[in-house]
Design a binder for this molecule. Structure first.
Ligand code: IPD
Length: 265
């Protein structure tokens, strides 16, 4: 193992450990009921008390174990990195599922190197943990992607059309455009899913449970960990329109990714 890989493997072990602890806390809080803390960009864009508590736990553990690393999380102020490594964190991805009691929510933790900007960073390690489903997906750069000890691989062929997933932002004004995008990709689809957690959608692409995934307007913490899972499982991830307020993220096995890109680019 090279020095870089050893570092990434170490960051991976830490991400997995913290994701498990954080996810178990989210699940525990869910079992006693969810309280809404605030709404954000729109009324539909919610944050629960658990989102904040779980992010605080993740942040405290990272600060204790890796002082000097940067932090970019959904629910708190960003911290610049001194070491060159930044942690990109969504404490509960799929907050609306969480609030409604749907088990498809996840803790998403990525360690990236370089500027805290998705088009400039190099992802080193990732963990996506769905505590209510008991599934943990993880990867480190050069080390492959895995679910627990099992290696993950994207799909390579889509003879019956692609099983696709997507998501919609919280702003009702964007729904029409997003539905037109869905219409444009349906000719290559065998069916479409809307799971409600972008990090899990990407983990499912890595696991070959989906052929492809696309969504406009994701935030860095929604896709940082999942994108590395897909790449390390042999897939491809790209971002289009990165200068717009709603960049398009496309992920998939090579064939599904390229066919989506040909339509959406
Ligand atoms: C949301 C989920 C959802 C996606 C939204 C995201 P959040 O993240 O990932 O699947 O469609 O675009 O904002 O708000 O639950 O952390």
């Amino acid at each position: 193992m090279s020095g870089g890989q050893a570092d990434a493997a170490h960051l991976h072990a830490l991400a997995v450990d913290i994701a498990r602890e954080a996810g178990d806390l989210a699940k525990l809080r869910r079992s006693v009921g969810v309280s809404l803390a605030a709404t954000k960009s729109t009324l539909a864009d919610i944050v629960t008390e658990a989102d904040r508590e779980v992010e605080d736990l993740i942040r405290a553990r990272l600060t204790a174990e890796r002082p000097g690393d940067g932090f970019l999380g959904e629910e708190s102020e960003a911290d610049a990195s001194v070491t060159g490594v930044t942690w990109v964190v969504d404490p509960i991805d799929g907050t609306v599922n969480y609030a409604y009691g749907i088990p498809s929510y996840s803790v998403s933790i990525a360690a990236v190197q370089g500027p805290a900007l998705p088009d400039e960073w190099v992802s080193l390690a990732a963990a996506v943990y769905a505590p209510a489903l008991g599934e943990l997906f993880s990867a480190w750069r050069g080390g492959g992607a895995r679910q627990d000890e099992r290696s993950l691989h994207v799909t390579t062929e889509i003879p019956a059309g692609a099983l696709l997933a997507t998501g919609f932002g919280y702003d009702p004004a964007t729904h029409d455009g997003d539905l037109q995008t869905v219409r444009s990709v349906m000719p290559i689809a065998r069916d479409l899913r809307r799971g409600g957690s972008a990090a899990l959608d990407l983990a499912y692409v890595a696991a070959g449970r989906l052929d492809g995934y696309f969504e406009r307007g994701l935030k860095p913490w929604d896709h940082a960990a999942g994108a590395l899972l897909v790449e390390e499982a042999g897939g491809r991830v790209s971002r289009l329109d990165t200068f717009s307020s709603r960049p398009m993220l496309i992920a998939g096995g090579i064939e599904a990714h390229d066919r989506l890109s040909a339509i959406l680019a």
